[in-house]
Structures are given as structure tokens and as C-alpha cells.
Design a binder for this molecule. Sequence first.
Ligand SMILES: *Cc1c(COP(=O)(O)O)cnc(C)c1O
Length: 381
Amino acid sequence: MRATQAIIHVSRLRENMQAIRNKVGKNRAICIPVKADAYGHGAVQIALEVLRCGASCLAVASVREAIELRESGIEAPVLLLSVPSPEEIPEAVANKISMLAADMDFLVLVAAAAQKAGKPVSLHIKIDTGMGRIGCRPENAVLLADFIEKTALLKLEGCASHLAVADSTDPADMAYTRKQLDIFFDAVDSIRKAGINPGILHTANSGAVVLHEESLLDMVRPGLLLYGYPPVAALETSVPVKPLMELRTEISFIKEVYAGESISYGRIWTAGKTTRIATLPLGYADGLPRALSGTTLPSLSDSKRWSVSAGSIRCPIAGRICMDQTMIDIGIDSDIKRWDTVSVFGGNTEKSSAADMAALLGTIPYEICCGINKRVPRIYV
Ligand SMILES: *Cc1c(COP(=O)(O)O)cnc(C)c1O
């Protein structure tokens, strides 16, 4: 087994599911997004585990992802969050994947595929209330609902919207979210007034679960929270979750270097005094962002330099991160040895999570976890 591994702490997944359940109450359905290989955690394993923990639905971004779940024997409802290509629609129908309906042209294609296959299709009307991604204009929701109602084999399973700033406590953003919800409620009302049951109502991503009680409705769709990152840093304890993923590796090589000797490509790091440099068998091809490299050059900033944890010691990255290998400064006096385990992120030391790494890079933990390459085995513990 490769020394570089993404450890997935399954017991934390159960605790995070419980924390979400405590927040949303026992009667609401929980839909867990397992798109992008469950944000890098392994879609099938995460799906099986969350279904055991009471999730009632899974959400994916592509038909291929949905089929992967079906092929592993998962029969639970699967909701496709993106628009499939016309060629993928029959596959989605054949595999009983619920789809979002945002426009009439698409519904016509879905209706044709349903008729051809002789199979029913469940649809959720996606209403764009201010995200600006996919969705119908609120005033058109009733037209789509009407078409679904009148078309054989099409079934209106729910109505959904997506919130653009649900994770922000800025008063203007809070007001924007409330406005999005009001627009959603009006559109849903217009469907009801036409005598059509709008089905399951859902709008809440992780930020909304934490911040907007009024968005929870019939079903919630928290991804980030399940994977263990607080969507609203200031409210970390309101839904207490712990990161599922820890990226670990082993020191593959150690050497002594002397003052003036440089490390790695571009020679951006030079030893100021005698030290020991350890090599780790992982690099940017594994998903360790190259921007985390460490430099001693005054002309370059090392403000984004990351440190890994060897036991309780934080060891800064020395020089450029390579495609498959990375060097760290382990100092001359530490008792760190070859083959010792190193935690790259997500270990027990303070300020060492994927969220801390993301903050350093000016990005979000989603990007760090999704970026861990397929060649890194996922180990479920
Ligand atoms: C990805 C996604 C979610 C989950 O978002 P988190 O911020 O991870 O909770 C919910 N709804 C839709 C439509 C999404 O695309």
C-alpha cells in the first residue's frame, strides 16, 4: 500500500450526521451531496454510510456519478444537480435518477426519453431565486409544474432553489438570502394556487442549515457540514462537526544539509544553518497545492508556506513542492526518523485542517478535499 493515504474517519461521519440531525430535527429529510466523489472522500463508501445513518437521498453532479452509485447496488433516491447532456438523459431515466427541471426544452427531451423507455421520471423544479446558475425564472415555475402534471410518466417530486450567500453573516447577505427564500415561497405558492402539489421543498446547503432556520423546509442538502467543515467560521459550535479526511504520508528519505545548500526546483529555499531535510512521497499531483511551497528568497513571499505535523512537531515545507515529492525541514535536534508518519492536514494538531490550508491559499476546504487525486488510496477507519 502506498504510504500517502487519505484517512477517512468514519466514526466522525456518524457524529457529523448526528449533529446535522440534531440541528434539523427528526422529521426533515436529509439529502447528502456525494458529487465529486463525495468531495474527494469516496462516493460509494460515503453514500452507504450516510444511508445507514438516516440520509434519505443522495445528490450528484453527473449521470456518470449517479450510475456509479447504482452499479454499487444503491437504490436510494439520487438527485442530479446539474443539467445532463441530451445523450445522458436516457441513461438517467434508465437508472431512475431524479432530475432538476429548469426549462421547457429540457422537459420535452426528458418526456421523450421517459416515453421511449416506458419509465417514470421524478423531477424537481429548480427555481433561480438569485444564485444565477441553473433554474427557471420564478414566474415560470408554474408553467413547468403544469407541463409535468399533464405529461404521462413525468412526476413532480419537489421544488428547489440554491442560495448564493447562505454562509455569510453579513447583514446585507442575510437579507439577500431571506429575499431568495421569499421569492421561492411565492413561486411555490403559484404552483399550489394552480392546484398542483409542489412536493418536497428544499433550499438549504450547509451554510443555510447553520444560519437560516426558515430555509430548512422539507429536506436539507448539506455537503460541507457532513465532511466536517463549519460553513460559518464564527458559528463553529452551532453544528459541531469534525473533518473526516486526514492526509497522511511517511518520510521516505532524510539527509543533513549545510548552510548555503539549496533544496528543490528553482532553488527558492536555501539552508541558513545545518539542518535535516526529509522527503515526503507526495506532491502537487496528489493534490498538495504547489503554492504551499516554502522559500527563503526575500524576493518571494513565503506567506503561503504550509507546515506538516510529525508527531507534535510542525515542520515547514522547504523549497518547491514537486509533482510527486515534497521536502520538509525537520531540524537537527528533533527525534523524527525515516518512515515516521506525517500528517499533511487533518491530524490532531491545531490549525492543521484542510480548512486552515484553504484559508492560507485564499480558497475553500472543498477545493482542497476534491483536489486529492485518485492515486491517493482512501482508507476508511
Ligand atoms: C453542492 C451543493 C450543495 C451542498 O453545498 P454545501 O455548501 O457543501 O453544503 C447543495 N445544493 C446544491 C444545489 C449543490 O450544488
